[in-house]
Design a binder for this molecule. Structure first.
Ligand code: SDX
Length: 431
C-alpha cells in the first residue's frame, strides 16, 4: 500500500474519528474505513458498491470518465491491435509482457492442458440437449473439483499455478463441448497444432464428416474478442469469484460461481440480450419506439449493451469491437448486415438524445460483440459462454492475487437491519 500520511476526520455522535486516506498509483483516493466500526460504532452503507473499494489490486485499471482501460498499465486498444490473447493472459497472470521464450513456454503449457478428463464427457450427457450452454458450463466447471484433486490445495503455490493453467486451457474445450452437445453433434477434441482461438473455432465448427479449415479472419477476430473480454477490475462476476475464494473454497468451484454471476442479462448475459433486442427492433424505423421504451420509467425495458457502472464515456472495448464488426463483415462479404445497420443507427440516435447524454449512457462491450459472433456462425446462446471463456483469465488472475495476499480475510459484509426487533414466540392458538 502506498503513502498513508493523508487522513480524513469524521465527526459522528459527538466524537471525531481520524480515518486514513490511501493514495492509488492512479485514480481516486480511498478512505480506509477498516477501523470505523471499532472506533465509531457505525457501519457504512453502499448496496451495489457504487463508492466502495473491496480490495486493492495491480491488475486492471479503468478510468470511466475518460473511457480508458489498462491491463497492467497497457491500454486495451494497443493490446487488441498488437498483442494476442495468450500473451494478454500471461500479462494478466504474471504482471509483465513475456519474452519470446516465456511466451512459448506458456503457450505450450496451455496447449498441453486443453483436453478434459475423458470421464467428464458423461456430465454433458446428463443435461437436456436444449439446456443453455451457460448452465452446462456452470455444472461442468464446478465438477472439475471432482476430478483434479491434485490442484485443489490453494495454500500450495504450485497447485494454484496448475489450477490456473487448467482453467484457462480447458474452458474453450468445455464451452465448445456445451455447444456441440446442444446441436447434437459429436464432441471434437482439441488439436495441439492450432492456436488458442483457431482451436476453439475448430472444436465448435468442425465435424467428422469433412475437413474443416479455420478461416484466419475469423480466428483473428475470435482472438481479439477473447482479449477484449479478458478482465475488468472488480465487476460483479470477478467480485463473486473473490468472495467465494475468500472462504478457501477450491478454484474450480469459485470460477463456476463467477460463470453463474456472469450469466445475468445485466452483466455478461447482455451480449445475448442485445442481439435479441436488435432482432426485435428489426429495422431502423422502429428505433424511436424502443428509445421511448428505454426512457419510460414505467417500462422495465433497457437498451441492452448500453450503460455501465464505471464507464461514463465510450467503453474503449466497444470502440474496438465496432471497428472489428465492420472489418469482419466486410472480409466475410456480408454486405449491409441489417443488424449492424440497426445497431449503428440506434447508437447514433441514442447518443443524440438528452436522456442518454444526461445519464452518460454509452455503448458497452456487449453492444457490437453479438453481431460479430453471429456472423461467425455462433447461436446467441453461445455469446455469454464465449464471454465466460474469455474472462476466465481475469477471474483466475484476480483470484491468485487475492489468495496469495497474506492480509486476505474472508469477505463478510454487514447490513442496515430494518426488520423486527426482538419479540417472544406466540403459540398458534393465540395468533
Ligand atoms: C458488463 O462491471 C463491469 O465491468 C461489467 C462488464 C465487464 O467487463 O465485466 O463491463 C460487462 O456487464 C457490461 C454491462 C452489460 N449490461 C447491459 O448492457 C445491460 C443494460 N445496462 C444496464 O442495465 C446498466 O447500465 C448497468 C447494469 C450496466 C449499469 O447499471 P448501474 O450502474 O447500476 O446504473 P443504474 O441501473 O443505476 O442506471 C442509472 C440510470 C437509471 O436511471 P435513473 O433511475 O437514474 O433515472 O440510467 C438508466 C437507469 O434507468 N439506465 C438505462 C440503461 N442503463 C442505465 N436506461 C436505459 N437503458 C440502459 N441500458
Amino acid at each position: 500500500m502506498t503513502d498513508t500520511t493523508k487522513s480524513a476526520t469524521l465527526s459522528i455522535g459527538g466524537q471525531s474519528v481520524e480515518l486514513p486516506v490511501l493514495s492509488p498509483s492512479v485514480g481516486p483516493d480511498v478512505l480506509d474505513i477498516r477501523k470505523l466500526y471499532a472506533q465509531a460504532g457505525v457501519f457504512t452503507y453502499d448496496p451495489g458498491y457504487t463508492s466502495t473499494a473491496s480490495c486493492d489490486s495491480t491488475i486492471t485499471y479503468i478510468d470511466g470518465d475518460e473511457g480508458v482501460l489498462l491491463h497492467r498499465g497497457y491500454p486495451i486498444d494497443q493490446l487488441a491491435s498488437k498483442s494476442h490473447y495468450l500473451e494478454v493472459c500471461y500479462l494478466l497472470l504474471y504482471g509483465e509482457l513475456p519474452t519470446a521464450a516465456q511466451l512459448e513456454d506458456f503457450e505450450t503449457r496451455i496447449t498441453r492442458h486443453t483436453m478434459i478428463h475423458e470421464q467428464m464427457h458423461n456430465f454433458f450427457r446428463g443435461f437436456r440437449r436444449d439446456a443453455h450452454p451457460m448452465a452446462t458450463m456452470v455444472g461442468v466447471v464446478g465438477a472439475m473439483s471432482a476430478f483434479y484433486h491434485d490442484s485443489l490445495d490453494i495454500s500450495d503455490p504450485w497447485q494454484r499455478e496448475v489450477a490456473s493453467i487448467r482453467l484457462i486451457a480447458k474452458m474453450p474445450t468445455i464451452a465448445a463441448m456445451a455447444y456441440k452437445y446442444s446441436v447434437g453433434q459429436p464432441f471434437v477434441y482439441p488439436r495441439n497444432d492450432l492456436d488458442y482461438a483457431a482451436n476453439f473455432l475448430h472444436m465448435c465448427f468442425s465435424v467428422p464428416a469433412e475437413k474443416y479449415e479455420v478461416n484466419p479472419i475469423l480466428s483473428r477476430a475470435m482472438d481479439r474478442i477473447f482479449t477484449l473480454h479478458a478482465d475488468h477490475e472488480q465487476n460483479a462476476s470477478t467480485s463473486t469469484v473473490r468472495l467465494a475464494s475468500s472462504s478457501g473454497a477450491n478454484p474450480f468451484a469459485c470460477i463456476a460461481a463467477g460463470i453463474a454471476c456472469l450469466w445475468g442479462p445485466a452483466h455478461g448475459g447482455a451480449n445475448q440480450a442485445c442481439l435479441e433486442m436488435l432482432k426485435e427492433i428489426g429495422s431502423v424505423d422502429r428505433i424511436p419506439e424502443f428509445i421511448a421504451r428505454a426512457k419510460d420509467k414505467n417500462d422495465p425495458f433497457r437498451l441492452m449493451g448500453f450503460g455501465h457502472r464505471v464507464y461514463k464515456n465510450f467503453d474503449p472495448r466497444a470502440t474496438v469491437m465496432k471497428q472489428s464488426a465492420d472489418e469482419v463483415l466486410d472480409l466475410l462479404g456480408i454486405e449491409d448486415n441489417p443488424l449492424l445497420q440497426v445497431a449503428k443507427e440506434l447508437e447514433r440516435i441514442a447518443l443524440q438524445d438528452d436522456y442518454f447524454a444526461d445519464k452518460k449512457l454509452f455503448p458497452n462491450v456487449d453492444f457490437y460483440s453479438g453481431i460479430i459472433l453471429e456472423a461467425m456462425g455462433f447461436p446467441t446462446s453461445m455469446f455469454t459462454p464465449i464471454f465466460a471463456l474469455s474472462r476466465t483469465v481475469g477471474w483466475v488472475s484476480q483470484w491468485k492475487e487475492m489468495i496469495s495476499d497474506p492480509q486476505m480475510k474472508i469477505g463478510r459484509p454487514r447490513q442496515l437491519y430494518l426488520g423486527a426487533t426482538q419479540r417472544d414466540y406466540v403459540d398458534v392458538e393465540n395468533r
